[in-house]
Write a protein that binds this ligand. Structure first.
Ligand SMILES: [Zn+2]
Length: 322
């Protein structure tokens, strides 16, 4: 059992990483690179190269892998391995599973990046050993996933876990999904960046534009956010507090619906800020619990695998499909 090895790929719009791991989540080899989006085929070839490099790093031939799993940023069909929509990659109907299967000759499993990361946290991280868990992933958007009876639950049509589009105020800010007042419209990194810009345009002073320039970033990345907080930036603090408040309302709604053992908050922002990001979310959420929880039986915590949640989760997906 311990000898079975799996490859897992976390395919993101900015960067991608591959790991080789055993069934206990021990990483034996890894590789990562910036994502080249010049064409879908170029990106797919990069995925192949990263798997080969990680295998080399682990000292094995890719043909010895039991299976390969990939978490892709969009809607993937786990049966056909086709990635139907992945706007962050500019992909539409890319037969990723088929191409990888032809190249490597081993079973391939493709899933949604956020759901795969939650599988990783459930297998080896913050939700390990829990049968009822929920993941809230804060990044460009707000994604989510549901663990029911110890398994990722994809729902009746494969559409479950879209926690970011729970509506918190139907007259709230516009959401990329075309509706208004979804949790994502308040709490994604993109929404926080919009709010920062609005406060700066209204005359508030902030170190954020200078930090973005210094770091040569066109977006307000989690590292820029971290630096702004270290500098005690009032705009950053105000915007973050608003996002955290709405994530707290969201987490409270989830507890009232599903009463999970644990809510894991992950993604780039949570990975950077850790407990300081989660604490205010937990505090707000707990005020919304219909059934009080004086003994703290429900844990609201941050992901613990850091940059590995996605790639290790992809090895879990691979193992389930091998
Ligand atoms: Zn929405």
């Amino acid at each position: 059992m311990g000898k079975s090895l799996y490859a897992g790929v976390d395919l993101g719009g900015t960067s991608m990483s591959a790991v080789i791991a055993n069934s206990r989540g021990k990483v034996l080899g890894e590789s990562d690179t910036a994502t080249d989006k010049s064409s879908w085929r170029v990106t797919v070839d990069q995925v192949i190269e990263q798997i080969e490099r990680a295998a080399k790093d682990a000292g094995i031939k890719p043909s010895k892998l039991e299976a390969i799993g990939v978490g892709a940023p969009g809607a993937a069909d786990p049966k056909t391995g086709v990635v139907h929509r992945a706007p962050n990659l500019g992909w539409k109907d890319v037969p990723l599973g088929e191409i990888l299967s032809e190249h490597f000759g081993v079973p391939i499993a493709i899933g949604n990046d956020v759901q795969v990361a939650i599988m990783g946290e459930h297998a080896f991280g913050a939700a390990e050993g829990h049968s009822r868990a929920v993941g809230i992933w804060v990044g460009t958007g707000v994604g989510g996933g549901l663990i029911v009876d110890g398994e990722l639950d994809r729902g009746h049509r494969g559409a479950a876990g879209e926690i970011g589009h729970m509506v918190l105020d139907e007259n709230g800010p516009e959401c990329p999904c075309g509706r208004k007042g979804c949790a994502e419209a308040y709490s994604s990194r993109t929404s926080m960046e919009r709010d920062v810009k609005a406060l700066i345009s209204s005359g508030k002073k902030s170190v954020i534009p200078a930090l973005m320039k210094e770091k040569k970033k066109t977006r307000m990345t989690s590292s820029v956010m971290e630096r702004a907080l270290e500098a005690d930036d009032a705009v950053m603090k105000q915007v973050l507090a608003r996002a955290q408040h709405h994530l707290g309302l969201l987490a409270g709604n989830i507890v009232n619906l599903y009463d999970p053992e644990v809510i894991v908050i992950g993604g780039g922002v949570a990975a950077r800020l850790g407990e300081s990001f989660v604490a205010p979310i937990r505090e707000t959420a707990r005020t919304r619990f219909l059934k009080p929880d004086p003994k703290g039986k429900i844990s609201i915590t941050h992901a613990t695998l850091g940059d590995y949640s996605g790639a290790l989760g992809a090895t879990v997906l691979a193992k389930k499909h091998a």
